[in-house]
Design a protein around this ligand. Structure first.
Ligand code: ADP
Ligand SMILES: O=P(O)(O)O[C@H]1O[C@H](CO)[C@@H](O[C@H]2O[C@H](CO)[C@@H](O)[C@H](O)[C@H]2O)[C@H](O)[C@H]1O
Length: 435
């Protein structure tokens, strides 16, 4: 049997060099000044669960890892057999030291399945068991229950059809505060994510640049319409499950302050944003007059085409965690559902423009804009079939789009610098009067 503490000591000394190369590590833009183990738990003869504190810029963030001596470079989540241990613990509802493995009420789970990692670019690590289950292991841990689990449970409670049903969880507490380590959900083997579908449609259009978006085979507008309908249904279900409020002076002040302070932080890291800062500040300030126009409620918080799955039953929304980099208080607060609409509108813009990064072709750029316009409108039409038309709040919608684009500037700067031009050129276009 392995000595877990010896293994963790080796891991902790290797981590400062390893972390910047790990996709799920959320602090790639800042140097790591130290890594300390917070809790080590032996889950099985060959499997160790460890929570480490990663110190950066005088702040410390907890991250979760699963390690084994059997695995290359410590990380065990590439090993399907070892991953099987986690599902078995959830199915049996076991507690190992302070780690609680549980299945949802009225849920019976299969055991003995191997778990393979999904292998997509993601902020967390997801493991797929057979054709049945997907387990998301949260990497950067948030103190307090993770909104992903909280909102999935609330939506399940009101019978929402547009989610992958939650089936189990792994939880613990750190210094007396509950922490969600993982969430097990039903896996939809036939699912295709919205980003893959939308970019395929854009590729079809670019291949036939003399045709319009509604004339090519891969037109996405009917799907965008259905997606708008699904997003509005989820908003209606979240409101039914967890209520709504009118945004009062405190909520309005904090929404403006968070948009302005995000802008300050991003300006500091990305000087290219500087030429738009005055225009952005003015829009955020003017949003103050409009923020009370629409009720606030729990929302998805980081909605984009990569967070929606098309299945044979229709569109599903996944990953209700909010923006990985935003403070937890903001991610769990009631906010305007227009923020999710704005996130999706941004994503149509992204899908339209990502193939053009590094190219200078006016004809294709025009087609891209046309594709984005068509699908953004179809999405809003679908949304308006269930709830009120988001375009009735055009100013607020645009302010939220700009705030999201500022977030994306930071995200691309830290993760995919070659894509930085996508949000930057959208900000330039919107602030100079374009859509
Ligand atoms: N229930 C599911 N069924 C099928 N595929 C899923 C399901 N949930 C997630 N996925 C796939 O796993 C990927 C990552 O999931 P996600 O919850 O977005 O993780 P992260 O928070 O790390 O971004 C998704 O893009 C999707 O392709
Ligand atoms: O890891 P998450 O899915 O929680 O979200 C983060 O990564 C996303 C990129 O994968 C990022 O989304 C941005 O790029 C998408 C295309 O890859 C695009 O569809 C989105 O509109 C754009 O915001 C997301 O912002 C970030 O939080």
């Amino acid at each position: 049997m392995i000595d877990p503490h010896e293994l963790v000591d080796k891991l902790v000394s290797a981590l400062p060099d390893m972390l910047p190369n790990l996709r799920w590590f959320g602090g790639k833009d800042r140097p790591v000044s130290g890594v300390r183990p917070l809790r080590t738990t032996l889950l099985d003869d060959d499997l160790v669960h460890v929570i480490v504190a990663v110190d950066q810029d005088g702040r410390s963030s907890p991250y979760q890892l699963l390690i084994s001596e059997l695995a290359d470079s410590y990380e065990s989540t590439a090993d399907p057999e070892l991953n099987g241990v986690l599902l078995d613990l959830i199915a049996r509802g076991e507690r190992v030291d302070g780690l609680v493995f549980a299945h949802e009420p009225d849920t019976e789970l299969r055991t003995g399945l191997r778990g393979r990692p999904v292998g997509v670019e993601q902020s967390n690590t997801s493991l797929i068991y057979g054709q049945q289950y997907i387990l998301k292991l949260f990497r950067k841990l948030t103190l307090g229950e993770n909104p992903d689990l909280v909102l999935h449970r609330a939506l399940r409670g009101v019978g929402c059809q547009h989610i992958a049903q939650p089936l189990g969880s792994i939880t613990t507490d750190l210094d007396g505060t509950p922490v969600t380590l993982g969430m097990l959900q039903e896996f939809l083997p036939d699912a295709v994510d919205g980003w893959a579908m939308a970019t395929t449609s854009v590729r079809d259009l670019m291949a036939e640049a003399d045709l319009h978006a509604d004339e090519v085979g891969g037109d996405f507008a009917a799907e965008a319409h259905r997606l708008g309908h699904a997003v509005a249904s989820v908003h209606a279900d979240l409101a039914r499950a967890l209520g709504t409020q009118t945004a009062g002076a405190t909520e309005i002040a904090s929404a403006i302050a968070s948009m302005q302070s995000r802008l300050d932080a991003v300006l500091h890291d990305v000087p290219e944003l500087g030429e738009h800062s005055a225009a952005l500040r003015e829009v955020f300030e003017q949003a103050r007059e409009h923020l009370g126009d629409i009720a606030i409620q729990h929302i998805h918080g980081d909605l984009h085409l990569g967070q929606v799955l098309r299945t044979v039953q229709g569109w599903l929304l996944i990953d209700f965690e909010g923006e990985p980099a935003a403070p937890i208080a903001e991610r769990t607060a009631m906010r305007s559902p227009l923020r999710d609409v704005a996130g999706m509108l941004r994503s149509f813009d992204y899908a339209a423009h990502q193939l053009l990064v590094g190219q200078d072709d006016d004809q294709l750029a025009y087609r891209a804009l046309e594709w984005a316009r068509r699908n953004r409108a179809a999405f809003c039409d679908g949304y308006a079939e269930v709830l009120s038309d988001p375009r009735e709040h055009a100013f607020l919608l645009q302010a939220f789009e700009l705030d999201k684009a500022v977030y994306e500037v930071a995200y691309e700067h830290a993760n995919r610098p070659e894509w930085l031009t996508i949000p930057l050129s959208s900000i330039a276009r919107i602030t100079s009067g374009g859509e």
